[in-house]
Design a binder for this molecule. Structure first.
Ligand code: NAI
Ligand code: MG
Length: 488
């Protein structure tokens, strides 16, 4: 330890309250090694494989001690403990913020109490020098929010204009430049906006649009050494490839907005007509080609039959036809591949025993039209209950208790959006807190606002779009600390 041991090198005025500085700890000559085991559930464990590894003092090369060596099974054990501790309703999750704050302060006090030991174990077991500079009266520190640099974006075909702006607008707000690839199915909207960007007077090179295919142009963006961040919206499978390519190239920042298998929970005390309308809007909007598609509707058993009956009546009134005709509200699917995938999933629903209430087939004339489809008596194990359909298919499930509905709603790898329908405010709030999704709508659906953050839990993605949270994704934060010659 090069610079410890004297108060001259100690902490000066670290308390920030004018109280005398705490003396820097004197070195502890004989270090007492207290802990060498694996720490799980606040207990010390030996390695499940019975292995240990040596740890050395890098200053002398002398072995300090042997430490229990964790392997995969020990990590599994630790993850199990951590999962249990963060379960909803656990003491840690129920603890209020003040108590959590008290615990953190207590920990800080304990670290201060043991600071000599900690400093020595740090110095002996790592090669760090203990130079402590703490922002106090003679330092001034401020932060700058700076552009990340060149932002790549890869967007899907379901909302070509909206997705373009969700990526480009925050990137430009924060001073970045952009290389964006529209989906191969829908390059034209983006290219038109390109012409508007030029017309508006943006300097050349600020926004660049590269229409092309995923494995070529898309992959080139994800792995490019000259791109500092990539934002992607699309399938979970491709999201994984993007993150992998980013990690293997220059560790560019990644934000992902991926799929969903979004649950709605309809309680018997809700305004049932409203719930029917909103959940159906959620299921059929844009022909179901939405990451937020309300594809799982859990309905409390007392109102189940009535809800299904109204939903079927409502689905049958939807006018199908040319999307440019203002009288229609239901157009074709995007392409043959999606069309075939949806019909195949509808078929699996029938085969697995769900009850097809209406729709389920393509329109007979030309075009890739699929009739709005309602399945009742859907069971959680069925493919239509688990896979993202991305088509006009509403699946209706029955539930008995609130707890059961929450558990089933959460039992998916996705976590994008959800909805609760109830007139009981307490219930709306407690169910909203329990749902593992980035967005929860109460008595409404697809109510998106530019100011409200949007993004997913779990495999629905990383990061948030819209609102201030989006700006954070597109900026670097720099802390500038200045040593002043006199206290301010
Ligand atoms: P996709 O994820 O393959 O395509 C989305 C975008 O990623 C497109 O611009 C595509 O060119 C690009 N892409 C594809 N492969 C890539 C790669 N290897 N590297 C970089 N970029 C790549 O989605 P696709 O095939 O259009 O649809 C498949 C399924 O994905 C849909 O059925 C739906 O379930 C889901 N999806 C979800 C969307 C959402 O809004 N979250 C949007 C589109 C699709
Ligand atoms: Mg694809």
């Amino acid at each position: 330890m090069a610079q410890n041991g004297t108060t001259e090198n100690g902490v000066t005025g670290a308390n920030g309250d004018g109280s005398p500085p705490m003396p820097f700890p004197q070195p502890v000559k004989v270090q007492e090694i207290r802990h060498t085991k694996i720490f799980i559930n606040n207990e010390w464990h030996t390695s499940l494989k019975g292995k240990t590894f040596q740890t050395f003092n890098p200053a002398t090369g002398v072995q300090i001690c042997e430490v229990e060596e964790a392997d995969k099974a020990d990590v599994d054990k630790a993850v199990k403990a951590a999962r249990a501790a963060c379960q909803r309703g656990s003491p840690w999750r129920r603890m209020d913020v003040s108590s959590r704050g008290r615990l953190l302060h207590k920990l800080a006090d304990l670290m201060e109490r043991d600071r000599a030991l900690l400093a020595v174990s740090c110095g002996c077991n790592a090669s760090c020098c203990c130079v402590v500079a703490s922002p106090d009266d003679t330092f001034m520190c401020f932060t700058r929010h700076e552009p990340v640099g060149v932002c790549g974006a890869i967007i899907p075909w379901n909302f070509p204009l909206l997705m373009f702006m969700w990526k480009v607008a925050p990137a430009l707000c924060c001073g970045n430049t952009v290389v964006i690839k529209p989906a191969e199915q829908t390059p034209l909207t983006a290219l038109h906006v390109g012409s508007l960007i030029k017309e508006a007077g943006f300097p050349p090179g600020v926004v660049n649009i590269v229409p092309g295919f995923g494995p070529t142009a898309g992959a080139a963006i994800a792995s490019h050494m000259g791109i500092d961040k990539v934002a992607f919206t699309g399938s979970t499978k491709v999201g994984q490839l993007i993150k992998e390519a980013a990690a293997k190239s220059n560790l560019k920042r990644v934000t992902l907005e991926l799929g969903g298998k979004n649950p709605c929970i309809v309680f018997a005390d809700s305004d049932l007509q409203l719930a029917v309308e909103e959940t159906q809007k959620g299921a059929f909007f844009n022909q179901g080609q939405c990451c937020t598609a309300a594809s799982r509707v859990f309905v409390e058993e007392q109102v189940y039959e009535e809800f299904v009956r109204h939903s079927v009546e409502s689905a049958k009134t939807i006018v199908i036809g040319d999307p440019l005709d203002p009288r229609t509200s239901h157009g074709p699917q995007i392409d043959q591949k999606q069309f075939d995938k949806i019909l195949e999933l509808i078929d699996s629903g029938k085969k697995e025993g769900a009850k097809l209430e209406c729709g389920g087939v393509a329109m007979e004339d030309t075009g890739l039209y699929i009739q709005p489809t309602v399945f009742s008596h859907v069971k959680d194990h069925m493919r239509i209950a688990k896979e993202e359909i991305f088509g006009p298919v509403q699946c209706i499930f029955r539930f008995k208790s609130q707890q059961e509905a929450i558990e089933r709603a959460n039992s998916t790898e996705y976590g994008l959006a959800s909805a609760v329908f109830t007139r009981n405010l307490d219930r709306a709030l407690s169910v909203s807190a329990a749902l593992e999704t980035g967005t929860v709508w109460v008595n409404c659906y697809n109510a998106l606002h530019a100011q409200a953050p949007f993004g997913g839990y779990k495999m629905s993605g990383n990061g948030r779009e819209l609102g201030e949270y989006a700006l954070a994704e597109y900026s670097e934060v720099k802390a500038v600390t200045i040593k002043l010659t006199e206290a301010l």
